[in-house]
Design a binder for this molecule. Structure first.
Ligand SMILES: Nc1ncnc2c1ncn2[C@@H]1O[C@H](COP(=O)(O)OP(=O)(O)O)[C@@H](O)[C@H]1O
Ligand SMILES: [Mg+2]
Length: 333
């Protein structure tokens, strides 16, 4: 497989008063069609910037995309015109934001908002669009769809709103969903319901999901593969099972230790993040100052990603025998 969605050598930054600040530096990330892939990292790691870069929604400037490639179905998204991107957004790739109110319009009923999507995209009659909207509300497992149709966003709970946002995302016919911390502002039990829904939709509709979270516990509940993002770099990636069982990056270990015993409970990663001394280590590993295993090499050179197994990669000098990564080119078979 492979070749469905692929990011290579992507460098994104912001121009600030103090100069250019690198925010993302991703060597390689690939999703197979139909899988749910998790991205985990603490606040400020670059998760939202990644999502916005894919959809070309970053404000340029102050942001800039230094280099790299984002391939979707064999097409280079970074080379698309705004007009071409407008066709891709929604119809092929849809984003679910952390805050559902950023997607919903407060002055229209949610039924009306879904109906509009159908009318705009498919030139449906009002009646046809209404029927489709009802179907979508049923699909996201909201009971009493007729009644929900007539509600304004503020009359719904946070979990119900997020379900409506998912319905809207799917109404456009998107096959690839980017969910940026969709459950961050929800209670634990509501969170579990949304996770279950994402998993069911993925199974039933075969959509591909890039699931962004700040919590490895959430990701392990719905994803088959995961990439750990630390200060804009993927420090470890692999099947969820192998990353949880055999974590090789010290930062991954920190994240695993933060998963509470009872599944699905929320951990705020911000609470375990530490202050990074950015001056110490410009050339070296970005985890240097927080790392307990560090050696001289870590300060001198940024570790490249190396293979632990065919599916498990890690970017840490200390994760390999002999101290240095046996770096191989990534090949996605
Ligand atoms: N408009 C901006 N100007 C400068 N820096 C920004 C801007 N937007 C985001 N950043 C920086 O990019 C980094 C990643 O942000 P973000 O992707 O929102 O993190 P996450 O979603 O992982 O919490 C942060 O360090 C943030 O300061
Ligand atoms: Mg974010």
């Amino acid at each position: 497989m492979g070749g469905y969605f692929e990011i290579k050598d992507l460098k994104v930054g912001f121009k600030t008063f103090e100069g250019e600040k690198s925010v993302l530096d991703i060597d390689f990330l690939a999703l197979d069609k139909g899988e749910t892939y998790g991205i985990v990292g603490e606040s400020g790691a670059g998760k939202t910037v990644l999502a916005l870069t894919i959809l070309r929604l970053l404000p340029v400037p102050p942001a800039f995309v230094g280099s790299g490639s984002v391939l979707f179905n064999g097409e280079e998204l970074l080379q698309k015109t705004e007009r071409e991107m407008r066709k891709i957004r929604g119809r092929s790739i849809s984003m679910i934001f952390q805050d559902p109110m950023s997607t919903l319009n407060p002055v229209f009923t949610v039924g009306e908002q879904i109906i509009r999507v159908f009318r705009n995209n498919n030139r449906f009659s009002r009646k046809e669009a209404e029927k489709e909207a009802l179907k979508m509300i049923n699909m996201v497992k909201l009971p009493d769809a007729r009644n929900i149709m007539d509600k304004y966003p503020h009359e719904l709970s946070g979990g119900q709103r997020q379900r409506i946002v998912i319905a809207i995302a799917l109404s456009c016919g998107a096959e690839f969903l980017i969910a940026d911390e969709p459950t961050r502002n929800l209670d634990v039990t509501i969170q579990a319901g949304i996770l279950k829904l994402v998993a069911e939709l993925q199974r039933e509709l075969g959509v591909t999901v890039l699931f962004i979270a700040n919590n490895l516990g959430l990701v392990s509940a719905v994803c088959n593969r995961v990439a750990i993002l630390h200060q804009g770099r993927i420090v470890e990636a692999g099947k969820v099972r192998e990353v949880l069982k055999d974590p090789r990056h010290p930062y991954t270990l920190t994240l695993i230790n933060a998963i509470p015993g009872n599944r699905g409970e929320r951990v705020d990663l911000d609470s375990i993040s530490y202050r990074e001394d950015k001056d110490i280590c410009k050339e070296g590993c970005r985890y240097y100052s927080g790392c307990l295993r560090k050696q001289d090499i870590c300060r001198a050179r940024m570790p490249a990603s190396g293979q632990i197994t065919a599916t498990h990669t890690v970017a840490c000098h200390m994760a390999f025998k002999g101290g240095e990564a046996d770096v191989k080119e990534h090949t996605q078979g």
